[in-house]
Design a protein around this ligand. Sequence first.
Ligand SMILES: Cc1ncc(COP(=O)(O)O)c(C=O)c1O
Length: 406
Amino acid sequence: MTQTFGELDHPARLLMGPGPINVHPRVLRAMSVQLLGQFDPEFTGYMNETMALYRQVFQTTNPQTFLIDGTSRAAIEAALVSVLTPGDDVVVVNAGRFGLLLAEIAERCDAKVTMVEGEWGTVVDPQAVEDAVKRVRPRLVACVHGDTSTTMAQPLEAIGEICRRYDTLLYVDATATIGGMSVPVDAWQADIVTGGLQKCLGGPSGSGPITISDRAADHIFGRRHVERGLATPGLAGAGRRIASNYFDLAMIMDYWSDKRLNHHTEAASMLYAARECARVVLEEGLEARFARHAQAGAAVVAGVEAMGLTVYGDKAHKMTNVTAVVIPPGVDGDRVRARMRTDFEIEIGTAFGPLAGKVWRIGAMGVNARKHALLTTLAALEAVLRGEGYGFTAGAGVDAALGVFS
Ligand SMILES: Cc1ncc(COP(=O)(O)O)c(C=O)c1O
């Protein structure tokens, strides 16, 4: 039976969850630019430009700064599988869903995982990290910067200093903060940091920016085993071959270098998107962008608190760009989200694991970290909550948020 379907034709929904968010119009336009061959000098020129742009976004001088094709977790997986060999010790700093994801990926690399746990809604004390590092002497410490599941932002300066002191590599997942909160890779002394486009960078998911310090790159090149059909003599490292071909950072670094190793076919439209995301970020300026996200986040907090709602977690360590709001007793969280979508074309986020059904997550990221998007969202939330019988002073949330912008 032949099946036919119409062109994509959905309403313009305002995406105010923890990501994805609405894509910047310039990024959408960049994605519609015609393809080039992957070794066309014009295309390799774009690759080099993208590396230079992301060095600035990551606040680093690392030559090894490029894109992993795939969503953010592809970049995470590339980092962990390329560093860890079976039996290596890794310390995972965990206080949320994405810390657990790091542990899960490290376990799949057959690494020995030691967890340093914090309660959801808090961050982890660096002293606990130091105690674990001193005891275990791991190859790698792995940590999430902003864990969107809890909205907490883990301070990283002290952890970076600990890792240097004990000569341990530090990996950081900055998927949810890059482009919205400061991710000063060199100042943190972090060795590998990965991101994603679909949050504060204002692009679609499908490309994972990554930056790698020289010492991490040396370790990874020590495991270089170029695939048989491409290998030339003299390149193989002494270390154990990386367990994934697709995520083999030694080969991917050779692809992004002057060697132009023919590893994968670069996802050209995603590269155009990532390049444009970084151009937009840098044109605005990092500090201005962080300030805009902080103001937008403060407006969400002021708005929901004025409606009598409670912000979840340790506010002193909250990410600026995502706010978890406790669902008040007697209110059906899923029905509120459904009405936000069907009546107002606005999406806000649900939650996972221990927080499922307990909080909504409201994002203020990229093009949506702006007054009109936040006021519209808060006004809609007020209307829906009133309709659900939740009592508060009408207009209080919008007025409080307006106050933050005035
Ligand atoms: C902190 C963090 N890490 C990793 C991911 C996974 O990203 P992706 O779904 O793009 O693979 C997310 C997605 O929400 C995230 O918030």
